[in-house]
Write a protein that binds this ligand. Structure first.
Ligand code: ZN
Length: 464
């Protein structure tokens, strides 16, 4: 098995992710029992702004499938109390009992429906200040926003001081994130991805009732089915054009690590066989779907998610080494300086996968575009779309802002391909309408491979 990829990131303070954010943000010391006699006026001003922001954005929309971490109160104890009382109700499912074998300074908690990070920290008597420091480290990864039932958190405390020194998030067998304490005020993160093994499988069926239900009964997941309907939506109206008895065939790959499904999958090819027509989609290495002639099925992407072309105030950087700590500090997106309220447009057709409020990333939005692309828009003033909503390329989705840990109005924009951030200014994005000549041979070979799988006797379905 290939070695796990490790991606290091730096949290708060000097290694802060945005150059805009180089201000020395420090959490209030009050809660960890240190004297806070004479806070300078500037700090109080910042605290007031943070309180106002938290109050404004606390009740924002959350993606329905995920467990919102509840923005931790990184500024005051009053909000802590509100969260605690809210979460101490009888409706809260009990946390699993600590197994006796666990050492006294290590705690493991499996996420259950209704959990949130603030409440888990409170129950374990770990300070909300530590939570804020971890959220700061998570700003460039945003892994803690999408906690789901079954994810596991492991907390390691210092045996003497009882201070949190490490928190591990187990997402699935292929993905873990470890947050390490660096010093009194900050954590960094390490993302461990295990490539595992991708196993291919052909699923097929006849359509009776809706395509969606028929696809689900054949064994496809909700996400895979949505990818297929999104891929074909420019040419096929699934409610009007499909008739009972039409057929479909899908090649999908799922990731396994140590024989265990991780939940990661991709649709590599799909065919819909209607009475008089055949529609095909083949996933190419650029992450886009094409028909057998090599014509793109999705409309191309915009290069920039806005109309004008604002100034780049900070570039994408995968491995910027911090001069003092010598740690790697990625900047996973590009910052565009723009006034608050600038219209933000969807880069491409897609579906809104997250609308969240993060104490450091601010109000942000994530859109998934087909199988392998996602875009993120951070520090927004307002979001104009809802989780689950379909959006079209160029659609006005948000207003830029200055929320979260941001000292100047700007848009932090990220492009992800295969769950990895890439430089949106230089990445190969689907701006093409068809496969270029120099990739043609490679594409044809890919189509031939997928067709061979689909045409194997046990998978073959007859064209009527
Ligand atoms: Zn940024």
């Amino acid at each position: 098995m290939p070695p796990a990829q490790k991606i290091l990131g730096r949290g708060i303070k000097n290694g802060s992710i945005d150059p805009y954010m180089k201000q020395d943000w420090k959490p209030p010391r009050k809660q960890i029992g240190k004297p806070s006699r004479s806070l300078p006026v500037r700090v109080w001003g910042l605290l007031l702004i943070l309180v106002a922001l938290m109050i404004t954005f606390y009740w924002g929309p959350h993606s329905p499938q995920t467990i919102a971490p509840d923005p931790p109160a990184c500024h005051s104890s009053s909000t802590n109390q509100r969260q605690a009382s809210q979460n101490d109700g009888e409706a809260q499912p009990p946390l699993p009992p600590t197994p006796p074998a666990e050492p006294e300074h290590i705690f493991t908690r499996e996420i259950v429906p209704g959990d949130n990070l603030s409440a888990i920290f409170a129950r374990l008597e770990i300070s909300q200040v530590a939570l804020c420091q971890i959220m700061a480290a998570d700003e460039s990864l945003l892994a803690l926003d999408i906690l789901r039932p079954g994810n596991v958190l492991t907390f390691t405390l210092d045996e003497k001081t009882r201070q949190l020194v490490r928190m591990e998030l187990f997402v699935d067998a292929g993905k873990r994130v470890i947050y390490h304490r660096i010093d009194e005020t900050s954590f960094d993160y390490e993302e461990i991805l295990i490539p595992g093994e991708w196993r291919q499988q052909v699923l097929s069926g006849e359509i009776h009732g809706s395509f969606y239900n028929s696809a689900i009964s054949s064994g496809l997941s909700d996400q895979e089915t949505v990818t297929i309907t999104d891929t074909f939506k420019e040419q096929l109206n699934f409610t009007r054009d499909i008739q009972a008895g039409d057929q479909f065939q899908v090649v999908r790959s799922r990731q396994f690590v140590d024989g265990q499904l991780t939940g990661q999958s991709r649709v590599e090819g799909a065919r819909i066989i209607r009475r008089h027509r055949l529609h095909s989609a083949f996933l190419f290495e650029d992450g886009n779907y094409y028909n057998e002639k090599g014509e793109s099925l999705a409309r191309s992407f915009l290069r920039y998610p806005f109309k004008s072309r604002p100034r780049v105030s900070s570039h994408f950087s995968r491995a910027r080494r911090h001069p003092v700590t010598r740690r790697m500090s990625p900047h996973n997106g590009v910052d565009f300086s723009m006034p608050v309220g600038t219209p933000i447009l969807a880069m491409g057709d897609g579906r809104v996968s997250r609308v969240e409020n993060h104490p450091f990333a601010g109000r942000y939005l994530e859109i998934r575009h087909g199988g392998r692309f996602a875009t993120r828009y951070l520090h927004l003033h307002r979001v104009l779309v809802k989780p689950g909503q379909s959006v079209r390329r160029g659609q006005h989705i948000a207003l830029s802002g200055n929320t979260g840990r941001s000292t100047g109005p700007h848009l932090h924009f990220e492009l992800h391909i295969n769950e990895r951030p890439v430089n949106p200014l230089t990445a190969e994005i689907p701006t093409l309408v068809s496969i270029p000549k120099n990739k043609r041979k490679q594409f044809n070979q890919r189509v031939a491979e997928l067709l061979a799988v689909m045409e194997q006797p046990e998978n073959k379905i007859a064209l009527r």
